[in-house]
Write a protein that binds this ligand. Structure first.
Ligand code: 4AD
Ligand code: MG
Length: 431
């Protein structure tokens, strides 16, 4: 059996003039039925595209009864067509209703009637019958494939670390807690500590998974459950990790346009996200830029949302913000030897949007213990983690890439909910 004869069906996109005269069977969803009285035209969609069917005679009354978006099996002869958007059409000889759709449906998946994002998310499975929407998720799948392929080529090993954890991964209070048999457990906010530990056995690791943050954010870029591409590598510095991320981002975008343009064309004709290089701008330079734009931020302050939006006007595409103040970064980030108020850290931005955070890690156990204390965390809660630093912990660096945010850029979506099948936020827990 090849791809084309599953259930003895022919796919819509596979027929052309060479099939004229053949009797073929198709399965798909009725997208449209134009009833002209003596003749009718159906447009039927399967996973590869649409075909046009011509209906005459007694069959017309059958089609008048079938609601749009019902699943039908159609059998007919391939013939020439006058339609501009098709090479050939199917003269329908037989139709069988495989699954009847309700009428009316909660949303119109063809997009002719526009529905709000909330309504669409309530009917997400049906929403995917819209061509642009299904292409978002096909692109998501392809981007994941390309990212994996890239990281394998750099000798990274894919790992799976627990999402049910006994204590906070990175400190901070933004964790979902729940009862785990007789104990208290949490959902992992990131694989940070595990991936660092794994560098001592595997050197280079990456994990692609969902992570959970109990931040009550109401924005277009935060979800309670999001997918991160986390990587960690022994004997690399944060500059090397930036090189990897720069190469990964650029090559993934290039590859998508080169090999999956039939999907990418649904989002963007300009290909303006394609860049050759990603500039690295220090945090201190950002403060200067912001000052000249009338936004005064003191050294040591985080870049607020309005500040990042201003900065995004100066740097509208990808750019790194490097060397953040040590006090703004988590306990595991290493500071510069000669300038301890600055850390070996970076964020990758796309305009105002943060895509990646990363840096060189502290790998000395005594200093790490001090750092935990300085950040107000209890080293005893990190004893399992700290002991691994006595087992030959290599110097290491890494980062986490917010995959859903990357998808926003790839698909030119302004709301993260557009690129996540079943988003979870403070309000939404179903479907
Ligand atoms: O910046 P974050 O919090 O960094 C870490 O988790 C570190 N452990 C990474 C490291 O290796 N140092 O998260 C990484 C990225 C962010 O830049 C952002 O793109 C995304 O994950 N992210 C979210 N995406 C959607 N919703 C949320 N609530 C997110 N929180 C973080
Ligand atoms: Mg960050």
């Amino acid at each position: 059996m090849n791809d084309n004869d599953t259930m003895k069906r022919t796919f819509a996109s596979s027929i052309d003039k060479t099939n004229i005269g053949q009797n073929l069977t198709f399965i798909g969803w009725i997208e449209d039925f134009r009833d002209m009285g003596k003749i009718g035209f159906i447009s039927v969609r399967d996973m590869t595209g649409n075909f046009q069917g011509v209906v005459t005679g007694e069959l017309l009354s059958n089609f008048r009864e079938i609601p749009r978006q019902s699943v039908i099996m159609v059998n007919g002869i391939i013939q020439e067509t006058r339609a501009e958007s098709f090479q050939v059409e199917v003269k329908v000889e037989k139709v069988e209703l495989l699954s009847k759709a309700a009428n009316p449906l909660p949303i119109d998946p063809t997009g002719r009637v526009i529905s709000s994002l909330d309504k669409r998310l309530d009917s997400r499975a049906l929403d995917l019958r819209n061509l642009r929407i299904s292409n978002i998720f096909k692109t998501r799948s392809n981007a994941l494939y390309l990212i994996r392929k890239y990281l394998f080529s750099k000798m990274f090993v894919e790992v799976n670390t627990p999402k049910i954890i006994g204590s906070a991964t990175e400190g901070g209070a933004d964790l979902f807690g729940f009862e785990y048999f007789a104990k208290k457990a949490f959902l992992a906010q990131s694989p940070q500590l595990y991936k660092e530990q794994l560098t001592l056995g595997l050197e280079r690791v990456f994990e692609i998974s969902s992570y959970f943050r109990a931040e009550p954010s109401h924005t277009v870029r935060h979800l309670s459950e999001f997918v991160s591409v986390d990587l960690e590598a022994a004997f690399l510095e944060y500059g090397d990790v930036m090189d990897i991320i720069e190469d990964l981002v650029i090559s993934t975008i290039k590859d998508l346009y080169a090999n999956y343009n039939n999907q990418m064309k649904h989002f963007d004709d300009s290909q303006d996200i394609l860049v050759d290089k990603i500039p690295r701008i220090t945090y201190e330079k950002c403060l200067e830029d912001l000052k000249s734009l009338g936004e005064k931020i003191e050294f040591g302050e985080d870049l607020s949302d309005p500040a990042l939006r201003k900065l995004g006007e100066t740097y509208p595409k990808f750019y790194f913000i490097v060397d953040w103040p040590t006090k703004l970064k988590p306990f595991y980030i290493l500071e510069h030897e000669k300038k301890s108020e600055l850390s070996k850290s970076f964020d990758l931005q796309y305009g105002y949007l943060e895509i990646v955070s990363g840096g060189t890690r502290e790998h000395d156990s005594a200093r790490l213990k001090n750092k935990l204390q300085e950040k107000g965390l209890n080293p005893n809660s990190f004893s399992n983690h700290l002991q691994t630093f006595e087992w030959g912990m290599p110097p290491h660096s890494g980062c986490g890439l917010g995959f859903d945010r990357f998808m926003m850029i790839l698909t030119k979506s302004t709301n993260i909910r557009e690129v996540v099948l079943y988003p979870r936020d403070t309000e939404r827990l179903s479907p």
